[in-house]
Ligand binder design. Sequence first.
Ligand code: ZN
Length: 1014
Amino acid sequence: MVGRGSFTTEAGRLARALLLASALLLGAPGAAAFAQDDEELRLVKVTAQNAASIQQLESRFDVGYIGEPTEAAVYLTPSDEALLRAEGYQVGAVVEDNSTWEARKAEIAAADQAEALAQKLAEEGKAGKGAKNAVDVPGETVIMRAYTFTNYAGRFLYVEAHNKAQTTTTGPTLQMSYAGADGVYRPAVGFSQSGITPDGNDSTTQGNKLNDAGQYMYHRVLVALRGADANLAAGDITVRVAASTGSTDTAKVTEWAAKALPARVAAFQKDFITKYMNPSEAYERLDGLAAEFPGIAEIVHLPEKTNGYQRQAMAMMAGTTALGSNPNATNAPLAVQLFSKAMGHLGGNLISAEFKNPGANDAPLSVAVTGNDIVVNLATGPTGALTSTAAQVVAAITASPAASALVNAYTYGGNAGAGIVPAHAKAQLSDFLNGPAAIKGPFDQRVLRIGKQRDGTKTGVFIYCNQHAREWVTTITCVETAERLLRNYATDPTTKEYVDNLDIFILPSVNPDGGHYSFFDAAAQRRNLKNHCPITATTGGIGNRGSWGVDLNRNNNIGTLFDGYSGASSSCTSDTFAGPSETSEPEIRNEHWVVDTFPKIKFAINIHTHGGYFMWAPGAYISAGRVTLPSPNIGIEKYFFDVADEILSHIRSSRGTAILPQRTGPIADVLYSAAGNSADDQYYRKGIIAYSFEAGAQKLAVNATTGAISRTDVGFQPCFAGLGTGGGTGTCNTVQINEGHDSAMEFADGNYGLLQGALEYSKDVTPPSTTIEYSAAQTGSEPINFRFNWVKEPSVIYYTKDGSTPTVIDCDNPGTSSTRCYSNQGPRRPGEVLTISALGVHDVKWMSVDIKGNQEAVKTQRFLIAADQENGTANGTVPATLALSLGTPPAFGAFTPGIAKDYTAATTANVITTAGDATLSVADPSTTNTGKLVNGTFTLAQPIQAAASSLGGTGSALKPVGGSASPTSLLTYTGPKSNDAVTLSFKQTIGANEALRTGSYSKALTFTLSTTTP
Ligand SMILES: [Zn+2]
């Protein structure tokens, strides 16, 4: 039945092929039989009537353990079991047998073997595997990133790889090896599978497998390049990662954070900071700069004042409980909390309260107020014992016009207040704030706006610091940046370019209230000072005042706690408290006002400490399924990395700190999910290239003998200067000496890198350029793989595969147009490899748009999957003027009954025509069930459909095959063609309820190549 044929007739030149289809019945495989070793020793559960019978077993058999008195696990052979059963024992379940032991041993051996195989593959590569083709379909193991970098501690190689076979707990062993210019692969290094914490705890390799929110992310490894290898240039190195499953990937290495920096005059001025500055000092310094440089700087006041570094004065009146503490369980029912109506510094701190025992029998409860002194005369009974409950005292104070003008009174934590209030000596209410009165009260936030032309026409950059109160290095980083820009303007051409061409907004402290609190009261304060805890809950109790406040970097309105995103808390005393609602805090509304009021702001940086992270969107995910906010398209991600390279190269120039590649990337991928953070707000709401810094990079050291990398955290308030000067913690280890100062200097350099990126953006008027890379332009029937490459700058690539012109679409919502955005293989992974497998001609069209909006002209690449070169001249027994030969008859494969489906098949043909025009058509010559496949007397319900396409002819869509009287036209030629490779496509629709008879359905069809102008 399967054959190939061609023949001619006088009427035309005909070729004929047979179409085949068949249906197969699947059988169920038989169950395998298992052999048993008769005298195998197994650990078996044995029970007996009494404990004595169980104990007696110990003298006869190897008893593994005794559980209940009448139960034991005993090693027995099957004959032993029979014997015991005969003696009246009950022999139950097998706990372990030989196969269990064998399985354990096999497990160990498999692990050893996997390690060895992965190691061998990493070092030697795969036998017979040639050079990697860039357009190979990605395999199981993909190297995501590979970098070398040099810092003050030495030279390093960092590799990130993804392996598709991983789960969070299982997966093949991965090993990494690298070769230098000599091509010799070094001893392989294992990616740790156990150190599943970011950056890993494996002291040998610092490698690890990163899991997050119950999902495998990727593997990463950081090794110190020592000895001669420390001199290897990135371009000399090839990295190979191998999995124990046999999959490998190789990649070239790029140098990290080593971009050439713009020129800087020798007399460049820096180092303007002499100490940590509290928010007021920082703001005042910027006020002074604006006054000093009125031509290029001004102060812009933000619309809302903060809640203020201030509190009501308060006192916990609860027996022996300290005035600022919460009562214990015994004192809770008798506690009365007093809060001044006026803020402490506005009179509240002058108020006193005394609960007095009148020293008389049957005295009534009364409240007397003299000036700021409140005296509560407690009630007594017939014996002179005090009888006023907390609830009664609260009511009496509230009812007294004079007292309630001064204070509000509450029981503790919504307590019913049934406890008898003891006498309390005169107590002074206090706001418990140590800072000077001058800084108390709502704070007037302002930005220093720097630019020669501050009219909203220049590209804007927003640099903001100290969102988190305790991160002291950030505030001075902002101040140092402002000083450098203004003081070098006249002498440093690069600085002048920034100031002349950009509109720079510097906000030195997003959180001045918390910042002041951190300086004067509690170093570890992170949030602002706003109390959102209800007085009716214990969280609102006076003793919790140090735990009040909103985490400003969780208070935005994109990807928030309120939207279901992870990494923020609804608890009003949590350090990541998101606030009672989105943008509930004036500090965040002010921050939004800046980016909303100055729409040219295209770059922003939110500076935090510590850890040395450099991050961007997405910064949050929904935990279930780890659904992140939409990841930027690979072209945008590349842009984030590109500007990051500028920034990180600037940082490294300061004192050799290389922000680690594994700490650079989307917040959610390299650190954690932070619901409602500011960078996400700016990126998703405003399209701003918004970064988040964690300044204060860990200090790295390399053990010269073992290569082990050790890290030391620098903390939130490292020593600003030399030993003994003290940071916020008052101590200074050797690693921290000058760290506060040096860290601020290097991140001020980083801000210059951001300005450089913004300047390049503002000047960019050149369209981006991209290329296509493919496995082949033309194949027989093999699929064609292709990918796109960026030539000089990142851009979003829009493409079509159907020959239509690509348009700019929303990559996250591509809609029904045939345009698609070129994407990555997954987060942090390389660009996807696209495949075309349908036979025929395919025009891939693409263009790209850079971050500035410059657009590349549409490009086209034509692919052909069709030409069966071997058959090109076969069967060519027809006159050379009009020749048709057919490829292998197409087969649809198995039809599955009961399922509605379209089955497709294809074959090739070759056409030679010297005629002025020609038409290729198909017909079913049969007069019974014309156009339909048949199986004996059974026939399919739907007719078969056919179409043809080629480079030389004009094809058509799928159409039902007609009879000899009305053949179906498939392809037309308007001139002669030689060896035009034709793809013939077929479709057969089967209905869900369509009855199918076992056997083959087929039909012989006639293909005709004819002409009207021979
Ligand atoms: Zn922070």
